[in-house]
Design a protein around this ligand. Structure first.
Ligand SMILES: [Zn+2]
Length: 337
């Protein structure tokens, strides 16, 4: 057997492992969810089945939890609500409070399901089966692929993680060094995670930031979230992107100061260099690069999408849609809007 290594994270809550399916949840009111994990596992379900049922069980985010399991092709499906946090390979981070469900396609190394205050696992701690008191768990998948789960054809949001504009069968290599990231002013949570001074909860462990003094320090900027393209492609918001039909022509792309995001355009509405996604401090901005048809930003919940003024960067709040031609991308982040 070459199954995943599962380690419980110390802290308050309950975690369950039923075969290859997992959940971490607050103890109060967790009975139905714990039973659900066991039932889906007994039925031979995969992570997709589990997260779909969990979303049906908790339509309003009634219970703080994080749920996950593998899906066909080597990816995982995760679901969170309340204060639950799900992280996959440091690329994807899903948080509540609204129920959120996500499939991360491709090879996955580590999945972490946690509640606020989850600690570091003891190196010898293992969870092979059952329910234990813990604030979360980490699942380390072995290099050799598991037996694939049965294929499913139900349509649902599937996110392919890509380092650039070209499809990549493997996750991209780790960042070469934190030192290559721009330095920004931030604060440390109680557990030493570097955060935006404006956030209320640590973006890595979820602990309330109220407990630390807000003394800022300079540190390497962590990813600010993801850019979700209309075709399901996801890019990590950890660098500037030049978006357009021929973004490689941009001098900053050539110089390595921005990444190219090439957009196919059959309707003629997208310029060669259309817009730039720019990271500034802890915010994501959009800058129209003098495109012929303009760039528009639709804030979450808004009916209208006003144009980005020429030459003026506009800050993009999480959940906002950036529209260009007939294409769009959305900035998604766990950051508080
Ligand atoms: Zn933290």
């Amino acid at each position: 057997m070459n199954g995943p290594v599962v380690q419980p994270l110390p802290g308050a809550g309950l975690v369950v492992r039923a075969g290859r399916l997992f959940a971490a949840c607050e103890a109060a009111g967790s009975g139905e969810l714990l039973a659900l994990v066991a039932r889906v596992a007994a039925d031979g379900g995969d992570g997709e089945d589990l997260t779909r049922h969990a979303a049906g069980l908790l339509p309003g985010g009634e219970l703080s939890c994080a749920v996950g399991g593998p899906v066909a092709g080597g990816g995982v499906a995760v679901f969170v609500c309340g204060l639950g946090v799900a992280e996959v390979d440091d690329w994807v981070r899903l948080t509540g409070p609204e129920p959120m469900r996500r499939v991360v396609a491709g090879r996955v190394g580590t999945m972490r399901l946690a509640l606020p205050g989850a600690g570091t696992p003891h190196p010898l701690a293992r969870l092979d089966a059952g329910v234990v008191a813990a604030a979360g768990l980490t699942v380390h998948y072995p290099e050799t692929p598991q037996a694939p789960a049965p294929a499913s054809h139900e349509p649902f949001q599937s996110v392919l993680l890509l380092p650039g504009h070209a499809p990549a069968p493997q996750p991209p290599p780790a960042e070469p060094a934190a030192a290559t990231q721009p330095l920004v002013e931030g604060v440390d949570c109680k557990n030493g995670h570097f955060n935006d001074p404006a956030v209320r909860y640590c973006q890595q462990c979820g602990i309330a930031m109220l407990q630390v003094t807000h003394v800022t320090r300079l540190g390497p900027r962590p990813p600010l979230g993801v850019l979700l393209l209309d075709n399901g492609m996801t890019l990590r918001a950890d660098a500037d992107y030049v978006v357009g039909r021929e973004p490689d022509r941009d001098p900053d792309v050539a110089a390595g100061r921005a990444r190219p995001l090439r957009i196919a355009d059959s309707h003629g509405g997208i310029s060669r260099r259309h817009l730039r996604i720019r990271l500034s401090g802890w915010t994501v901005q959009v800058l129209d690069l003098g495109s012929a048809n303009g760039t528009f930003v639709q804030e979450p919940g808004a009916q209208e999408a006003p144009p980005v003024p020429a030459g003026q960067p506009v800050t993009v709040r999480p959940g906002s849609k950036v529209i260009f031609g007939r294409r769009w991308l959305r900035y998604e982040s766990h950051r508080n809007p």
